[in-house]
Design a protein around this ligand. Structure first.
Ligand code: ADP
Ligand code: MG
Length: 260
């Protein structure tokens, strides 16, 4: 059975697409069958961020009833499967977000995790991903405006029957993790499942169209993201290496064999 997570926020630019891509890639690298889907059908940033802007079939065609979801799945970094959205305005206008629920049913047997990158705001295409997810994850920046917007999104998610699993505080700065978490939990009434630091490697990796967890795996943001992914998958990871133990052993074995 697939577990569906929707990454949401009140306002744009908090890091939903970045989290969807990097948590998805991490889960795939942990050996989980994972698909990331761009339900931000107006902006369609996810495919762009991975260099998939030229593909023939996207979620637009699927939500317009013109193609099967299976034709819109592409191989992404680290073995993550990717369902991009199209970049044409016409494709967006022809898409019916209500069809997302049916699309999910077709993916159920093939995946462990489906991560949905939701649009910001409270439009119809934004509400459906909140309602159909098993868990909604709010992506928040440590600023008042972002927190207030996340609050609205949480209420909206609950109104449409969604369940908020927790909050990722992205672009966290020098304030201590404990202080930030405490504040967020108090205001939002939701658990903080991870803090991802402000990290210039995130933008560097994005301009190379490669997830930061692959391009700069030891950077602060990558370590934090892998920890969140492991938490979502219920995997214990090696404390120092921030990798699942089996992966470390496999890598060690490879290095060892290579040297002989
Ligand atoms: P959203 O999908 O919520 O609109 P994005 O994931 O596109 O947000 O992120 C917005 C911008 O912030 C991007 O340029 C991204 O590279 C940058 N960004 C996201 N997370 C971080 C971070 N932890 N540190 C530095 N820059 C970040
Ligand atoms: Mg986005």
């Amino acid at each position: 059975m697939v577990r569906v997570f929707t990454f949401a926020s009140g306002k744009g630019g908090t890091g939903k697409t970045t989290m969807t891509i990097n948590i998805g890639t991490s889960l795939a690298k942990f050996g989980k069958r994972t698909c990331i889907m761009d339900a931000d059908i107006g902006m369609a940033n996810l495919g762009l961020s991975l260099g998939l802007e030229g593909v023939p079939v996207t979620l637009h065609e699927v939500l317009a009833g013109k193609a099967s979801i299976h034709d819109a799945v592409y191989e992404g970094p680290g073995g993550v499967q990717v369902v991009p959205s199209g970049i044409s305005l016409q494709g967006f206008q022809q898409s019916d977000p209500e069809l997302l629920g049916d699309v999910l049913k077709d993916l159920t047997d093939r995946l462990d995790f489906l991560l949905i990158d939701a649009p910001a705001g409270i439009s119809r295409d934004g509400v459906v991903p909140l309602a159909i997810a098993d868990d909604v994850i709010l992506v928040v920046n440590p600023e008042l405006s972002s927190i207030v917007d996340a609050m609205k999104t949480k209420i909206l998610a609950e109104v449409v029957g969604g369940h908020v699993r927790g909050v990722i505080v992205n672009r966290a700065t020098s304030e201590s993790a404990a202080t930030v978490s405490q504040k967020m939990e108090k205001v939002l009434g939701a658990r903080v499942i991870g803090l991802v630091p402000e990290d210039q490697n995130v933008r560097r990796a994005a301009s190379a169209k490669v997830p930061v967890v692959i391009k700069y795996p030891t950077s602060g943001s990558s370590v934090a993201v892998r920890r969140i992914a492991a938490g979502l998958a219920g995997i214990t990871i090696d404390r120092e290496l921030m990798e699942p133990k089996s992966t470390f052993i496999e890598r060690f074995t490879k290095v060892f064999r290579g040297k002989r």
